[in-house]
Ligand binder design. Structure first.
Ligand code: NDP
Ligand code: HSE
Length: 440
């Protein structure tokens, strides 16, 4: 371990985020030292290719491909490589050598967070990860620390900027899903593998982290129900707007009591209808927001940039300074609490309201039949709108209507069973869409 008035920082990765972290550590060295009460010295940067062209100009002598050796001499290891390996082995090596760790790696924490936090706890090391969820927005520390004395009931969050950008373009500019995705790709919003964003994998990793923190429980990524936005059409978006809603890809974590009376956690990611007067409805473009409902604090909204190299670097540097201060003060920092150890319930246990859009035969008795199908599965109709459909070519003799059913709160399992039964009914031509209504 180095002199207590100087901390050695090893940076792993100098890409979009790491490059700015290195630059800011160097440029703001004296200011950070004054704030932390200790000199925070960047001693090396491990990358794949030391000769790669970089967006940020950094001293060549800091670069190495030998991450293992760099880690061994460090007090703080900042992991900004991403992915599972070698990031996981490097973090465990850092913890094993007595260093504290800062990471922005949501994929790794959602998969292997429990193992990493346990390894850190065994040796009294810190693992901070403010950048892992919603990048620049301070949300990890508020959940882990500021709200540690409250009882979080629910989190509704927009944690994937690129899908928010896509849905926002569809809503505000009338783009089709294909056009909006193309623009998002051209602007560099989407990950190299766009399915990580579009199919909700990225948001599900962040939901697992938020749910675990909020409910003091270990929530694996596999416990998060995931649906992406690829099935959302411009017609869905326009129909939602007419009804006073906007469609958002939400990461939701909430306390749920299942049919057996067992309290647990529901963590899920799916497109949802959000009322236009809800704070989340005004989150435009690639921004993120986390809406927390806590028993004593009430509703809280955290909003800002959910991606970007320099924005994310802000969260990383905040963690580095926190760890530096903790080094100076000694003792154990603010750690994870999994004391509640709640079960993670499947999506079927979640309860919300739904909007079901159907193409149905326009003949006497159809409404009663469909209401009966819903009622027999315990789903109660709240609103019903019918409009005449334009017959398809060659089907002018077949009268159909578009029916939009709004339900009262129902269990997701009951709703799914009802939708299966509606699909199987002779009166139903097609189930056009089923969307959950959240935040009402
Ligand atoms: P990049 O892909 O831009 O950078 C990755 C860096 O890691 C590169 O410098 C690369 O080296 C280095 N690297 C890759 N493999 C190895 C290896 N085996 N050994 C040593 N170095 C390696 O990633 P980002 O900066 O975008 O992301 C970093 C982390 O931050 C990820 O976990 C990401 O999820 C997270 N994050 C990113 C956000 C963003 O907006 N970009 C927002 C929030 C979190 P080389 O340069 O030589 O190729
Ligand atoms: N692909 C992510 C997003 C980047 O669109 O939000 C930040 O994690």
């Amino acid at each position: 371990m180095s002199d207590t008035r100087s901390l050695r920082v090893a940076l792993l990765g100098a890409g979009t985020v790491g490059g700015h972290v290195a630059r800011l550590l160097l440029e703001h060295h004296d200011e950070l030292a004054a704030r932390a009460g200790v000199s925070i010295d960047l001693v090396g940067i491990a990358v794949r290719d030391v000769n790669a062209k970089r967006a940020v100009d950094l001293p060549a002598e800091l670069f190495t491909t030998d991450a293992e050796t760099l880690i061994q001499g460090a007090d703080i290891v900042v992991e900004l490589i991403g992915g599972i390996e070698p990031a996981k082995s490097y973090i465990l090596a850092a913890i094993g050598s007595g260093a504290d760790v800062v990471t922005g790696n949501k994929a790794l924490l959602a998969e292997h967070g429990a193992e990493i936090f346990a390894a850190a706890a065994r040796v009294g090391a810190e693992v901070y990860y403010e950048a892992a969820v919603a990048a620049a927005i301070p949300i990890i520390r508020p959940l882990r620390d500021s709200l540690a004395g409250d009882h979080v009931e629910r989190i509704l969050a927009i944690v994937n900027g690129s899908t928010n950008y896509i849905l926002d373009r569809m809503d505000r500019f009338g783009d089709s899903m294909e056009d909006a995705q193309r623009v998002a790709l051209e602007l560099g919003y989407l990950e190299a593998d766009p399915t990580l964003d579009v199919e909700g994998y990225d948001a599900a990793q962040k939901a697992a982290i938020l749910a675990g923190l909020a409910f003091h429980t270990s929530v694996p990524a596999a416990g998060v129900h995931r649906e992406g936005i690829s099935s959302i059409t411009l017609e869905d978006v326009e129909s939602a707007r007419e009804a006073g809603y906007v469609i958002k890809l939400l990461a939701i974590a909430e306390r749920v009591v299942d049919d057996a009376g067992l309290e647990g956690v529901s963590a899920r990611v799916h497109p949802a209808l959000v009322r236009r007067d809800h704070p989340l409805a005004s989150v435009h473009g690639g921004n993120n927001a986390v809406f927390v409902e806590a028993e004593a604090a009430g509703p809280l909204m955290f909003y800002g940039a959910g991606a970007g190299g320099v924005q994310t670097a802000s969260a990383v540097l905040g963690d580095v300074v926190s760890i530096a201060r903790r080094h100076l003060a000694g003792g154990v920092g603010v750690g994870e609490s999994v004391a509640a150890d709640l079960p993670v319930h499947p999506i079927g246990a979640a309860e919300t309201r739904y909007r079901i859009s159907l193409e149905v035969d326009d003949r006497p008795g159809v409404l009663a039949e469909l209401a009966g199908i819903l009622a027999s599965r315990g789903v109660s109709v709240e609103t019903l709108q019918q409009s005449a459909s334009t017959p398809a070519d060659g089907e002018a003799d077949r009268a159909t209507a578009t029916l939009v059913i709004g339900t009262h709160t129902a269990r997701d399992a009951a709703l799914a069973a009802a939708v299966d039964a509606l699909s199987a009914s002779d009166a139903v031509e097609s189930v056009r869409s089923v969307l959950r209504i959240e935040g009402a």
